[in-house]
Write a new protein. Structure first.
Length: 364
């Protein structure tokens, strides 16, 4: 198991407040990767207008919610399971599969490795090469798959590299995994931010591969991490039955379920989010590319990984410089295979992005 360092997470605003004496309300978190537009107007109205729903238990089957998710994700309700954030579903899947040996494409989110370890399994990392700009070579990955593996975990687009695997390559990977009886979990937390979702999302493949589970949530794209609503998509009906047998009933509260029923249909909000992120992603990367003291790895999602090239400057120094101006970036040395020369930040409003870029340029 790789050793993970501790640094401030995007949700650690109270710790930042205590450490630096900056009120959390005055901090702009470029570390949390959350939609800068805030919550969907439809969801806001739902939370206000349907507050009385908390007087009743939610539907155990979450029928209407799953229908709304299915319409949004372009699948069928029968293939959907909801959970208390995608984190609960990761835990449930690992508990059910109990992989003795898993492969994780890294650097990435540490929760996968943690859950595998809790169930007594061992995790191997397949590292994305920096010299290839952290872009996966699907053929090389396939050459490293074998019958000793029980599970393959892929974050697509990947956090923190913001690189994505096209669905054409994913088919090739799934074919080899099927051959070796390897279960595949694809975390699509950030897929809704990409330029062409159909080119990246593996949701359509759940109709053809029963060894595939897709995980998504509303924390990032719909800016609602506090509602704790996640969902999984799989065509494996036996696995769905096992998940629903294991999971506790009513892990999604009535208010979150009602909000979820409406937010996925907020077409105006969805389009505005995609438009803003596309514009700011292009603008910010162009400015970073013009800086000789950094290397920006071209992003597919709503955040960018940056390598510091200036001698004498590391991620912690840059973090300190930014946070004292109320701007919180991510020191990426917490991730496997990354050191103190890497930072990550998400795209916010044009004004806030301008403030951060100017702040970074002062130091770089």
């Amino acid at each position: 198991m790789l050793k993970h360092m501790d640094h401030f997470h995007g949700s650690d605003l109270e710790k930042i407040e205590a450490e630096y004496g900056i009120k959390k309300e005055d901090i702009t978190s470029f570390s949390a990767n959350v939609n800068p537009l805030g919550i969907s107007p439809k969801m806001r109205r739902a939370l206000i207008d349907h507050i009385d729903c908390i007087t009743s238990y939610p539907d155990r089957e979450y029928t209407v919610l799953r229908q709304c998710i299915a319409g949004y994700a372009k699948t069928v309700p029968e293939h959907i399971v909801v959970g208390n954030g995608s984190t609960e579903l990761i835990s449930l899947l690992i508990q059910l599969e109990r992989p003795r040996k898993a492969m994780i494409i890294g650097p990435t989110y540490s929760e996968y490795e943690r859950e595998i370890s809790l169930e007594g399994g061992v995790s191997l990392y397949y590292p994305l090469p920096e010299e290839e700009n952290f872009v996966l070579d699907a053929a090389d990955l396939c050459a490293h798959l074998n019958e000793t593996l029980d599970l393959l975990v892929i974050c697509n687009p990947n956090n923190p590299t913001s690189t994505a695997i096209p669905v054409t390559s994913m088919r090739r990977i799934l074919d080899v995994c099927k051959q070796y009886d390897i279960c595949v979990i694809i975390d699509e937390t950030y897929v809704e931010f990409v330029e062409d979702v159909t080119a990246i999302s593996s949701v359509p493949l759940t109709h053809y591969y029963n060894n595939l589970v897709i995980l998504r949530g509303i924390s990032k794209f719909f800016a609602a991490p506090g509602l704790r609503l996640g969902y999984g998509i799989t065509g494996n009906m036996d696995l769905l039955r096992r998940i629903n047998t294991l999971k506790n009933p009513w892990t999604i509260n009535s208010l979150a379920a009602k909000a979820g029923e409406l937010m996925f249909s907020d077409a105006e909000y969805i389009a505005a989010t995609r438009r803003l992120i596309s514009q700011e992603r292009t603008r910010c990367v162009e400015e970073l590319d013009a800086l000789p003291t950094v290397k920006a790895y071209h992003p597919a999602a709503n955040f960018v990984l940056v390598r510091i090239l200036k001698e004498g400057v590391d991620a912690q120094l840059l973090f300190e410089h930014a946070i004292r101006r109320g701007l919180m970036i991510r020191n990426c040395s917490t991730f496997p295979f990354l050191d103190q020369s890497y930072i990550r930040f998400c795209f916010m409003s044009p004004e806030k992005n301008r403030a951060l870029l100017d702040c970074l340029k002062e130091f770089l």
